[in-house]
Design a protein. Structure first.
Length: 389
């Protein structure tokens, strides 16, 4: 009896079957002869009803551009020594209470650098007022107030680690009257008191305000870096609307004009949809306003929320860009995983040797890049830490 009850359709099932089979519903469900169909609303236009709809004819999203094998990151635990160095660097960073741009910006070199004894420290907060589509650093219109004691904290860390080269970079702080220029200048001056310390500053554009650029330059840094990021055509798609190609060039031009002795530097990301002639023109523009060092690296999408990679540039192509840049008189670091501060201390030293060679009129060359290590690591030659303001 129970089985018979289960076999009978319920009242709502019977009602639904009657409704679906009724002539009025069948007529209403059919589209008009000249009305739109589902294909008209799909990407790629309407479908010819006289032709069968095959899998190849159906529109789909573009396939995901997968990472090529040459972009594999370094696993710090592949060797016992590398794993120990990685843990040592991480513990030293924790001791200072400072955060790292390696983590905040999801740098692909974190395994290589930390296992090699180098790190990138962030000060002046971990939040930027701009929202560039390539950058994973947190953004806010009103970040936390600056810590006035941070210059001392960084100087103490440098003294403890025995460093001789620092890269000091900054997030954009459009919420501050001086864009954070005074904080950067104070930090540089405090660091320069540490003896024979070389300081590189990777700065923002300070909204193009020349007096703020000069304020930072007066602090006495050795390298002034400001990234142009991409070619002129793609600026509005890649960078925050408050940044621009012309403004970046003007900041770099002013830096070189105000302090001819300072080494100027910029960086270009590839894989955003740029054309070869556009990349070459960007290097020409940088050369013409006095930039000395240019780095080129592959753009990597940090999260799904950020802009997608257009294409992956081969190592051979990066070598071609290095040769092209050097033919323009630039000192070029070019490679898939090269970033603006990657082995910065080595390139500064090489640039100084090139300057000295040019002054002497000879062809003096450097012995090549050194390994970058914290004190206490074996075979330490040069010690570098990148500090982000």
């Amino acid at each position: 009896m129970l089985a018979a009850a289960r076999s009978r359709p319920l009242a709502w099932q019977q009602l639904l079957a009657q409704r679906l089979c009724s002539p009025s519903f069948s007529a209403a469900a059919r589209p008009a002869d000249n009305g739109p169909t589902l294909a008209d609303f799909l990407p790629g236009g309407s479908h010819d009803p006289s032709q069968p709809l095959t899998a190849s004819a159906m529109p789909f999203k573009a396939p995901v551009v997968r990472k090529p094998p040459w972009l594999k990151m370094v696993n710090p635990n592949l060797t016992v020594e590398g794993g120990e160095r990685y843990k040592m660097v991480r513990s030293k960073i924790k001791e200072t209470g400072l955060s790292t741009v390696c983590e905040e910006a999801r740098c692909p070199n974190v395994g290589e650098c930390w296992s090699g004894g180098t790190a990138t420290i962030m000060i002046m907060g971990d939040t930027c007022t701009r929202g560039c589509r390539f950058c994973s650093v947190a953004t806010s219109r009103a970040p936390a107030a600056l810590d006035a004691e941070e210059p001392e904290k960084v100087a103490d860390a440098v003294k403890k680690w025995g460093l001789d080269y620092i890269v000091l970079t900054m997030v954009d702080r459009d919420d501050l009257p001086d864009q954070g220029a005074a904080h950067v200048a104070t930090t540089v001056r405090r660091l320069k008191k540490s003896g024979e310390l070389r300081v590189e500053t990777l700065c923002g554009d300070f909204q193009g305000r020349g007096e703020l650029v000069k304020m930072v330059l007066d602090s006495g840094m050795d390298v002034f870096a400001h990234n142009i990021e991409t070619v002129e055509r793609l600026q509005r798609n890649v960078r925050d609307r408050r940044a621009s190609y012309a403004q970046t060039l003007e900041v770099l031009r002013l830096a070189k004009e105000y302090r001819p002795d300072v080494v100027t530097k910029s960086s270009i990301m590839l894989g955003l949809g740029e054309a070869d002639e556009e990349v070459h023109q960007t290097m020409v523009d940088l050369r013409d306003i006095g930039v000395e060092i240019v780095t080129l690296g592959q753009y990597l999408q940090p999260t799904k929320r950020h802009m997608k990679v257009s294409h992956y540039v081969t190592p051979e192509k990066f070598d071609e860009w290095r040769v092209a840049g050097e033919a323009l008189g630039l000192h070029v670091a070019s490679g898939p995983l090269v970033r603006s501060s990657y082995k910065a201390g080595d390139f500064f030293k090489e640039r100084m040797l090139m300057r000295a060679a040019a002054e002497k009129g000879d062809n003096a060359r450097s012995d090549g890049p050194n390994e970058l290590h914290f004190p206490g690591l074996a075979d330490s030659k040069t010690r570098l830490v990148d500090v982000v303001a």
